[in-house]
Design a binder for this molecule. Sequence first.
Ligand code: HEC
Length: 488
Amino acid sequence: MNKSLRSPFFASRVRAAPDHATFVGALIGAVVLLAGCGDDAAPPADGGSTGSQTSGQTGSETGDETGTDGADETGSTSSRTFWGDVAPIYFDSCVTCHREGGIGPFALDNYADAVTWAAATQLAVTERTMPPWLAQSDGECGDFVDSRALSDEEVDTITEWVESEQAQGDPRDDLEVPQSGTLEGATDYVTPNFEPEIVGGPLAEFDEYRCFLIEPGLASGGFLTGYDIIPGNDAILHHVLGFILEPDETNDNGVTNLDRLAALDAESPDRAGWPCFEGAGEETEDESLPIAWAPGQGAVEFPHGTGVPVNEGDMVVVQVHYNLADPANIGSSDETQVRIRFEDEVENPTDMFLPDLFLETLFEDEPAVLPMGEASVEYTWEIPVAYLLGDSGLDSLTLYGVLPHMHEFGQRIRLDVVSSDAQTCAVNVPAWDFNWQLMYFYEEPITLSADQTLSVTCDYNTLNAEGPVTPGWGTQNEMCLMGMVLGG
Ligand code: HEC
């Protein structure tokens, strides 16, 4: 994601430099890059059983009650049971990861484990750190396709059960983890058989981030319209991002992506791929980031007839995040299937725009800097929609999706669409987590008109910083990027 907006328009904040070829975007004169993650295809909740009480058992079911007929001492009248009320929610929203052999650190598909983890679970769902869907989803800040966020009712159901006697209810075996459809017409790739190692460092306490070139040169151009990731080893595959790179694009040192990837790959001849943290590898220039996947997401198809442009010869690099927090997994390996669908034409072509005007200050005389030792440091940047429209002749743009991105000091990020008389929240991530980067597509795409301005605010916690934090692509630097999938 290191390609960013460089435009003379923002002379005050951005070094005046001609933008890359990006301004040749298919239909907007604008540009872009990134995007991806489909949040698409997250399994639809079937309504679970929130609010329903199928069994009505009380605390006596837990087995550790004596013979009090279940009257509970807190005076609570909740008769929520695990199997009747809570398990349906867990199977829908948690068990893809939280089961034996899944990436989640414990199971939630049985009563005993659910009781053990009850308090932690209540906290996680109340603070909405789990399931990992970071965008605010109460309708106040965007309405997203296939949101994985729990509804308020579901959170209440879990809370009521945790706060009551945690009754078991009648055990059942009819609950299943939602299965996602398959992606028709995809090309199949596979990552090399790889044995990750704990690399250490601030972002990789138990992890390794590794990049692999899976497509050295597309035979033809078109649009990327969908993808699916089929983990080889569910227990260690945390996250996959996919980048499109033009082989001839050069970085600031004049080195082409082709040469840069070869050099990165050559640095560790005994292991496949190369380390990567930001983007497709240090000093690479990606064109877009149309793939962002987390476990349980299922096949992703870009909504609203959209797709991200690719050119003949483009390379595809995937960044795989392996997690080895469970020592039992050390020494195990993975070989993951990456399925990508390319189509010649789409109904609504889009471009991916990866603006980060915080990062752009690197090219100014005095780059932005975040003071260290602060619990909250905000940075805001703006882009007028008129600027994006340029001389395209269009009078509005359509925002189909967003991909917020910061590093480890980031704690909140939001996008607002500002008019002279109103400000609308387009996406808000109240508890940013670098480990769960997702792309969010709108149920109803947002129309951006020439008189509006896009305003992005990032908030950082620099209490643990070892010095002032500057913009940049490294683990100790920060970004304030709001990827956007834009169409005409
Ligand atoms: C996409 C996979 C995935 C899904 C879905 C998921 N989890 Fe997790 N969960 C994880 C992973 C991985 C961790 C370890 C910490 C991390 O990586 O964020 C975790 C950690 C947790 C923790 C430990 C505390 C914390 O917040 O880190 C709790 C509690 C938890 N999950 C509960 C849930 C519940 C309840 C659901 C469903 C409502 C759920 N999770 C859905 C993957 C998932």
